[in-house]
Design a protein around this ligand. Structure first.
Ligand SMILES: Nc1ncnc2c1ncn2[C@@H]1O[C@H](COP(=O)(O)OP(=O)(O)O)[C@@H](O)[C@H]1O
Ligand code: SF4
Ligand SMILES: [Mg+2]
Length: 453
């Protein structure tokens, strides 16, 4: 099975007044389908830059000097890379902006819809003057109006008889997802399956209320002309340009679909463990606690059922107890959705909780990648070893910090970037950049110590 995402030899540079800052220096990394891949490393080693490069949201002074980000057989960074290759050091942020606009257009069908990102600071990624429900709804409305249209139309087609059959199926199969999807497809009710499954999976209500809620999915009919409009959106999967040009049409479409989006927002928030979601959707970000805000941001990222979710420091803005809840939530999400996840954190202990594999980053390169258990028990790279010995434990073993400082990447060290801090450095390390060496079945390490003699 091909990987969900492949990053190949990615180089990203920031053009600043004080010179070129080499933030990423040849990142090679694959995200496997369905896995949670953790990315760890000290602050400033380029973790966020990597996430932003994948989703094409780098700041305008960032140039992709070389490399590829391959998703669904397409290279997502080709336009930026071609521009950077053409102009080299004559890079002009203003001109680059035009390229970024083209990239933005090319990414509209991918960003937020197939790949989404939870940004580092939840308060800054929420709009303070819009209600939570509206913000979730708008994300879906912009990226996938067809999904909302299908949900509305499906309810108008659902009859009480069909809902009785669906209830029988839910009971008989104990809410089996594929059976419910097949039922919806066979009865021309696509869009209803996620609504029915959501109700069925709720743990906060009694079975009799679930049955009542499923029965009430058979909704009242719509006005024929409204139905025609929404059916067109469902069929085309987007808002036709004609609708956008005629104010009365665009208002109707927006009203119906945003209302549906808020309904879906309630479902997503409930599934993320938020109680009384019907009240929470009407609240504003400042009314929520840090943990709730983080859940809302995660809800926005998950709203369009993306294939890849990147979470940048999902627990750094919350206190320790909430951190544990968010980690539980990430574990729960991965079992309930079929996406692949990249979780970025400076805290290896956080990643140890949720990741299948962990990649260690240093000075804009991946220096080691391995399954979580292996990297924790048998770290190979000297930097990984030092990172692990810096994790505090309950036994009170002395915690050793990592000596030395993160290098200034305007003038990176030659050879292995870790050599000024490495206790094992030898001659070759100062001059030649280490390549990846495979160790065991699934461990890669970029360090000359592992070169076969
Ligand atoms: N727009 C920018 N211009 C110049 N330097 C930047 C810019 N954004 C980030 N950097 C630098 O790139 C380095 C990597 O940043 P970042 O990817 O945010 O690291 P991390 O997320 O691992 O802490 C940092 O040292 C940061 O100062
Ligand atoms: S390549 Fe050399 S300097 Fe770099 S981590 Fe390995 S031993 Fe240390
Ligand atoms: Mg960061």
């Amino acid at each position: 099975m091909p990987d969900a995402l492949a990053i190949r030899d990615l180089h990203v540079q920031f053009h600043t007044r004080r010179g070129i800052y080499k933030a990423l220096n040849g990142v090679d990394l694959a995200l496997r389908r369905g896995e949670v891949l953790g990315i760890a490393g000290e602050s400033g080693c380029g973790k966020t830059t990597l996430g932003l490069a994948v989703i094409s949201l780098l700041p305008r002074n960032a140039a992709i000097a070389s490399g590829q980000v391959v998703f669904d057989n397409k290279d997502l960074v080709n336009l930026s890379r071609e521009y950077a290759e053409r102009v080299g050091d004559r890079f002009r942020p203003r001109q680059h902006e035009r390229v970024l606009r083209r990239v933005g257009k090319a990414m509209t069908r991918i960003r937020g819809r197939r790949i989404s990102m939870v940004f580092q600071e939840p308060m800054t990624s929420l709009n303070p003057v819009l209600s939570v429900g509206f913000q979730v709804a708008e994300t879906i409305y912009i990226h996938d109006p067809g999904l909302l249209a299908h949900r509305v139309i499906a309810r108008t087609k659902a009859t009480p008889q069909l809902m009785r059959e669906l209830l029988a199926l839910l009971g008989a199969t104990r809410g089996d997802e594929s059976a419910v999807r097949k039922f919806a497809a066979d009865h021309d009710l696509v869009g209803l399956e996620e609504q029915a499954l959501f109700i069925w999976r709720r743990q906060d209500i009694h079975i009799s209320r679930k049955e009542k809620a499923v029965r009430s999915l058979a909704g009242p009919p719509m006005k024929p002309w409204e139905r025609n409009i929404i059916e067109t959106v469902a069929k085309t999967g987007s808002i036709p340009p004609l609708f956008a040009r005629v104010p009365v049409l665009s208002r109707i479409v927006r009203r119906i679909l945003v209302r549906e989006g808020i309904r879906k927002a309630r479902e997503v928030l409930t599934s993320l463990g938020i109680h009384h979601a019907e009240r929470v959707v009407k609240m504003f970000p400042h009314e929520l606690s840090g943990g709730m805000r983080q859940r809302v941001v995660i809800a926005i990222a998950l709203a369009n059922n993306p294939e890849i979710v990147i979470m940048d420091e999902p627990t750094s803005a919350v206190d320790v107890t909430v951190q544990a809840q968010i980690l539980e939530l990430v574990k729960q999400i991965r079992t309930s959705v079929s996406a692949s996840f990249i979780v970025i954190s400076h805290d290896l202990a956080v990643l140890a909780e949720v990741s299948d594999r962990i990649a260690i980053m240093y000075a804009g390169r991946i220096v080691e990648v391995a399954p979580t258990a292996e990297i924790l028990q048998k770290p190979l790279h000297p930097y990984t070893q030092q990172l692990i010995s810096a994790i505090p434990t309950l036994e009170g073993k002395s915690v050793e910090g990592i000596k030395g400082e993160v290098p200034d990447m305007r003038d990176p060290p030659s050879g292995c970037a870790f050599h000024p801090r490495c206790p094992f450095a030898f001659e070759k390390c100062n001059s030649v950049v280490p390549v990846d060496f495979r160790q065991g079945t699934d461990q890669l390490v970029a360090c000359w110590l592992y070169e076969a003699k």
